[in-house]
Design a protein around this ligand. Sequence first.
Ligand SMILES: [Zn+2]
Length: 400
Amino acid sequence: MALDIALEGARIARLAPVGTLMDAGPRLDLQGRLVLPGLVDIHTHLDKGFIWKRAANPDGTFDGAVRAVAADRAANWSEEDISRRFDFALRCAHAHGTVAIRTHIDSDGPRAATAWKVFAQMRETWRGRIELQAVGLTAIDSVLDATAFASLLSLVREHGGLLGSYTYATPQLEAGLERLFEAAERFGLGLDLHVDERDREGRGLDLLARMALARRFEGPILAGHCCAIAAQDADEADRTLDRVAQAGIAVVSLPMCNLYLQHREAARTPRWRGVTLLHEMKARGIPVMVASDNARDPFFAYGDLDLAEVYREASRIAHLDHPHGDWPTSITRAPATHMNVAAGTLAPGAVADLSLFAARSLNEWLSRPPTGRTVLRGGRAIDSTPPDYAELDDLMERPA
Ligand SMILES: [Zn+2]
């Protein structure tokens, strides 16, 4: 829709049909260019980002990623190391027009407290530029280790975080999820889980929905990935999605990371290229979003916390076009609503956090790599150049 946008100070004062706010003061003719509100990245891993140069994934597989991150974390994740990489990631995101981010934080073992300390510092330092939320991440099996879970829970509660877990096909899945629900209910915490990411046979999403319904869980639940459902027959998938909708679970797809890791074997072309069933979810009213996930770490070799790139890839991978409809809300209003942050909408009274692109339509926007944008924060242009990789070179000279 073509609109005139009137700014007053740091806020949007009015929106009106194009050409109708002609005499309202100094005027910038954008010639019909695309304007997006402040972008919201609801699933990232800022504690492990930008380690690629010293901790590459040797073969691009999921197991390779787990091993490379574990070795690098044990050797290198000091407070300074996490802090500088975390800040670097935030500067990338900020330059690309992102105003709010939720990050998962590896929360097992002795390094966890340091990572949460850095998160707390960053949340303060960046307040007003990027709103930060964090999720305590641990393997679902570790949830059943009473000591480990108690320490995860205390970090999450101390820092106002959410409870998370990386779930996979394990005999402990149900017991682990029960434990998470119990803790979430007892302490009033939201849940944000990695679900059915790597196993085509995974049925974690269905179990999660059944448990949320059985317990009448009232807190927010965000399920990330949910790839396995794309490999299920339509009847089973439909039944699961009906339960997900009824349980009020929101879903975030992480297409770039999924397609990097999924079905990777040496010298073999991947055949399983499935993300999650975004269209079928949206049709049922399930809130759906897309997000960055990892950036330049062993789980995803590339990426820059740039939601314009994420949306462009997602649009092509999951056919978020013909019509484009309101799919751009998957990086704006939908994640902002789930995170309960004031962002992601163009409306009178909203802070004028805007990205102006050198494109006059979604077709032009999606055709070229996402360059040439002006980012306004509170109505003023910021430097939209991401930081130089060389800034982290000294940290990268410490192989695991
Ligand atoms: Zn993730």
